[in-house]
Design a protein around this ligand. Structure first.
Ligand code: FES
Length: 265
């Protein structure tokens, strides 16, 4: 069991909860996730990236969208309630290194977050900043009301570019448009690495965009999970022609090697 320390609504169906989980807060690293069961009555396990953690208070933050029975059940809980089961940290942490630009300048990392993908992206942005990289964030959403964590990203990243489908915030563009512009840059402006987290189609097209520029790109996959420990096979994907399990081999993979079409199907 884990007590809910606070809950806030970030957009129409998106919530952030802070959970009392001192062991996870102490040991988690960027890119890792937890599995939450809101209630014993619902057998469904919900894999959620640890969006933030605070060792001092022994708490972790999760961000989720209430879209089905289990996530709606989770959303119905409030401060002081308890989630029935919390398992983690799971998954392989994000590989973070300090990239060197020309003449010792910090290397540039471009982080792309689509919709609720901004939540798992946030700790990665923090980790790349802490490593000494220059971080550019591209946030995309259908409209301004669905954008999350923009202020939090602005507080950490060197720059933030916002794109919406309807132009209600930032540029009226797909995230791949500014990504292509950034990848076209040379010298210190050229990204050393790109990270894309969001809907599979968005990640696929981010990978296609960076591929032609030869920029190493990482995607965090969000397949269906059951046990989260490599036993059920529910989360398998094909990466570089080999079968991988997102829960133990991932969730992050080389985006240029992921078989996006089979994953989307
Ligand atoms: Fe079962 Fe990954 S969730 S193998």
């Amino acid at each position: 069991m884990a007590r809910i320390l606070s809950k806030e609504q970030l957009s129409a169906d998106v919530y952030r909860m802070r959970l009392d989980a001192p062991d996870i807060a102490r040991s988690r690293r960027a890119g890792q996730f937890v599995i939450v069961m809101a209630d014993d009555r619902y057998a469904e396990r919900i894999p959620l990236t640890i969006a933030d953690a605070d060792e001092a208070s022994g708490s972790i933050s999760i961000i989720f969208q209430a879209v089905g029975g289990s996530t709606r059940e989770l959303a119905s809980l409030g401060e002081g309630d308890e989630v029935a089961h919390l398992l983690g940290p799971l998954g392989t942490p994000t590989h973070v290194e300090r990239f060197a630009g020309p003449e010792g300048t910090p290397g540039r990392v471009v982080c792309v977050g689509g919709g609720i993908g901004a939540a798992p992206l946030y700790p990665i942005v923090q980790a790349h900043k802490a490593a000494g990289n220059r971080v550019t964030v591209i946030l995309g959403a259908r409209n301004a009301g669905l954008l999350i964590l923009e202020d939090a990203m602005r507080a950490v990243a060197d720059e933030v570019i916002v794109c919406t489908d309807d132009g209600s915030a930032g540029r009226k563009d797909l995230v791949t448009a500014p990504l292509r512009e950034l990848c076209s840059a040379t010298g210190a402006e050229r990204p050393a690495e790109a990270i894309a987290i969001g809907p599979p189609v968005m990640m696929k097209f981010c990978a296609e965009t960076t591929r032609s520029f030869g920029i190493h790109t990482v995607a965090s996959l969000n397949t269906i999970m059951v046990d989260g420990t490599g036993m059920c096979g529910g989360c398998r994907v094909t990466v570089g022609g080999k079968t991988k399990f997102v829960c133990v081999d991932g969730p992050e993979f080389d985006a240029h090697l992921v078989d996006w079409n089979s994953m989307i199907q």
